[in-house]
Design a binder for this molecule. Structure first.
Ligand code: NAP
Ligand code: GLV
Length: 313
């Protein structure tokens, strides 16, 4: 069995070493430009088109992340790029769910306890008490109730704020009021104080964080975008902050990554930026999951986490 590996900026030698330990019979190699030699599986993150185009020998492509938008964009831009019969399999949790829960609860609590405002008061050397936000109306709405969104919604609910969740199909999650489908979108948004985005980036969800969406939230609401930059209409965020409809935002993802040095977001004190780190791909957990699925596919078994290309996630 031949396996190609491609992950820019990663320590490829360590990944290949770890895969070789759990798949001792595999011939593993790091893909280099021009390599068209046969392969059965590809393990990738943001692969270049040349790596996958015309590789009809591939049985599966394993994406070293939860979101497959970058790979599907290759197909969208030039149909026929993805190998015809290869399954596209994404990571499921592999330690990302607890990281995402830490990141989002940290941001929600920071806003609920007004630590962002206390930080600004400290910068101005002002000793001033602010009124507490009432917990019972500090409603948190989570867009996307998949592997990560469901875990995050439950983690936030443990702090006693009302939590709502929104998905494509109906979901039931203890402690979370759930909404499904476009017909329930406005009811989900109505009066939400913190909007958390954990949707996949698909043709249906791009630009979902826009002026209309913000207008349905409680006045002075907060935005936490930990999914993809393409979900956010950046100008609408700046205008919502200027008008007071939004009080602040935490962005782990932006349209152009890295965020250019002259981008307005760097200069807006109510925007907190992190460099796409809310849930990192962890090597040990990811190697174990991918290797287990390759072994299952080799035995002719089915695996979970297979992407529905038409749906986009
Ligand atoms: P997932 O398990 O596929 O869950 C996706 C959720 O979104 C599902 O609940 C799905 O609804 C819902 N959804 C999809 N399209 C929808 C639509 N048009 N309307 C309403 N709901 C829709 O994905 P995941 O593993 O939780 O990951 C979510 C995303 O997080 C990834 O795609 C990635 O972009 C992002 N992410 C970011 C980082 C980071 O470091 N910033 C790390 C990991 C992942 P159903 O339940 O009905 O299918
Ligand atoms: C990271 O952004 C991922 O999709 O895993």
């Amino acid at each position: 069995m031949k396996i190609l590996f491609y992950m820019p900026h990663a320590d490829a030698a360590s990944w290949l070493y770890d895969f070789a330990r759990v798949l001792p019979d595999a011939e593993l190699r790091e893909w280099q430009a021009g390599d068209t030699a046969p392969a059965d599986f590809a393990i990738v993150w943001r692969p270049p088109r040349d790596m996958l185009a015309g590789r009809d020998d591939l049985r599966a492509i394993f994406n070293l992340g939860a979101g497959v938008d970058a790979i599907l964009a290759l197909e969208h831009e030039r149909p026929g790029t993805l190998p015809r019969n290869a399954k596209l399999v994404r990571l499921e949790d592999t330690g990302m769910a607890p990281q995402m829960a830490e990141y989002v609860t940290h941001a929600v609590l920071r806003y609920m306890r007004r630590f962002d405002e206390y930080q600004m008061l400290q910068s101005a050397r002002r000793w001033q008490e602010l009124e507490a936000h009432p917990r019972e109306t500090f409603t948190v709405g989570v867009l996307g109730l998949g592997v990560l969104g469901a875990h995050v919604a439950q983690a936030v609910a443990a702090f006693g704020m009302p939590v709502r969740g929104y998905s494509r199909s109906a979901r039931q999650i203890d402690g979370v009021t759930t909404f499904a489908g476009e017909a329930q979108f406005d009811a989900f948004l109505d009066g939400v104080k913190v909007l958390v985005n954990l949707l996949p980036h698909t043709p249906d969800t791009g630009d979902v964080l826009n002026a209309r969406t913000f207008s349905k939230l409680a006045r002075g609401a907060y935005l936490i975008n930990v999914a993809r930059g393409g979900h956010l209409v950046e100008q609408d965020l700046l205008e919502a902050l200027a008008s007071g409809q939004l009080a602040a935002a935490t962005l782990d993802v932006v349209r152009e990554e890295p965020l250019p040095p002259d981008h307005l977001f760097w200069r807006e004190p109510r925007i907190t930026i992190t460099p796409h780190i809310s849930a990192l791909t962890l090597r040990e957990e990811s190697v174990a999951q991918v290797a287990q699925k390759i072994t299952a596919l080799m035995r002719g078994e089915t695996v979970s986490g297979v992407v529905d290309i038409g749906r986009g996630y």
